[in-house]
Design a protein around this ligand. Structure first.
Ligand code: GAL
Length: 347
């Protein structure tokens, strides 16, 4: 009897280890913390509670040895009057702890019931000690036709990484239309907003002001009709990637390089076999991990499911990058050691 009880307890204790780290079980086992020992592109990605991570169109902020992942919170059952930005924390990029909704707000500019808050990105300003969130704010504007005509960035701040963030304002950066946004922090700590500008068919790289609360100056306008813009500075070269303007539908994402952020930028080339349409994903960020042994760059993309957004997936893969070339390998499960910077295939 006692032996039986002991065995049962041992079984429960071992569950996190023997359960598959992803899959349908992950959604139901919400009370059991599971250890993630790999990243599986395209699959459900459970947080510490076993719920699929909701951080779509996301960005990453590293503070000390903690990574914060912010994104669009699209879980089922949300109050449709609000828009939500989620915050997750991790020390190894594989196991993520849900820290709650960092921002929750109602329509700030009378944009109508279809208003959107997309692609939130958070920067930390060491001078003001504020966490500054940028987001794409848009919707149905009275008296104007259709959606996505507002084309502005919103700004919110917080004293803590997990929020609550207070919404401050929206504006058109440099007076231009802005839809998809991206974030880039250079090795010297300078922070930039990347934003897509439809009328000029390109995307801007713009430096943030000292307090990060506004966009100060244009660094470059890359004349390519791309969105989901992301930049990484790797071994003396800047690499920019972006996706074509096909809404929720995947397309072949492309990259260009430059020795300076202000350009000139090379022509854009495919990051993956074009027929795979970036393996169904759309770029949102490139994350550089500088480790003791090597530096890795991770492609972060969204595999959108527009009709069931809570089920949208992520495609994170280490890029093959260097000497002016960038390539997204075929997605497969992989692991990372953030201390050494090394990425490997799982055992
Ligand atoms: C995509 C964009 C998404 C979302 C979507 C709406 O092009 O990257 O963030 O705005 O369009 O159709």
């Amino acid at each position: 009897m006692i032996l039986k009880l002991f065995k049962r307890l041992m079984f429960l204790f071992m569950l996190p280890v023997i359960l598959p780290s992803t899959g349908s079980i992950a959604q139901t086992q919400s009370s059991i913390a599971q250890i993630q020992n790999k990243i599986v592109p395209g699959e459900l990605w459970p947080d510490q509670n076993g719920n699929h991570i909701q951080a779509h169109g996301g960005g990453i902020l590293k503070m000390g040895n903690t990574y914060y992942w912010y994104g669009e919170e699209r879980r089922k059952g949300l109050d449709s009057n609000y828009r939500y930005v989620s915050c997750y924390a991790s020390k190894d990029l594989m196991n993520w702890q849900f820290k709650g909704d960092a921002l929750k707000m109602t329509d700030p500019h009378q944009l109508g019931k279809n208003w959107v808050l997309e692609r939130p990105k958070v920067f930390y300003n060491s001078k003001t000690k504020k966490y500054v969130m940028y987001m794409h704010i848009d919707g149905q504007v009275k008296g104007m036709e259709g959606n996505y005509k507002y084309a502005q960035v919103g700004v919110a701040t917080s004293d803590n990484p997990a929020g609550p963030f207070q919404y401050l304002k929206s504006f058109r950066p440099l007076g231009q239309e802005s839809r998809d946004i991206g974030q880039f922090v250079d090795d010297d700590g300078s922070a930039y907003l990347i934003f897509e500008d439809r009328p000029v068919k390109g995307f801007h790289i713009a430096k943030l002001s000292d307090d990060y609360l506004t966009v100060e100056k244009e660094v470059c306008l890359i004349k390519a009709p791309l969105e989901g813009g992301a930049i990484v500075h790797y071994k003396g070269l800047y690499y920019a990637i972006g996706s074509a303007l096909t809404g929720w539908q995947a397309n072949p994402n492309k990259y260009a390089t430059a020795t300076s952020l202000s350009g000139p930028w090379s022509e854009f080339k495919d990051i993956a076999p074009p027929e795979t349409k970036t393996y169904g994903a759309q770029s949102t960020l490139m994350l550089k991990i500088v480790g003791s042994k090597t530096t890795s760059v991770i492609f972060m993309g969204d595999i959108w499911r527009p009709k069931t957004q809570w089920d949208s997936r992520y495609l994170w893969m280490p890029l093959e990058i260097g000497d002016g070339k960038l390539w997204l390998p075929e997605p497969k499960p992989w692991t990372i050691n953030v201390k050494t910077g090394e990425c490997t295939s799982p055992i």
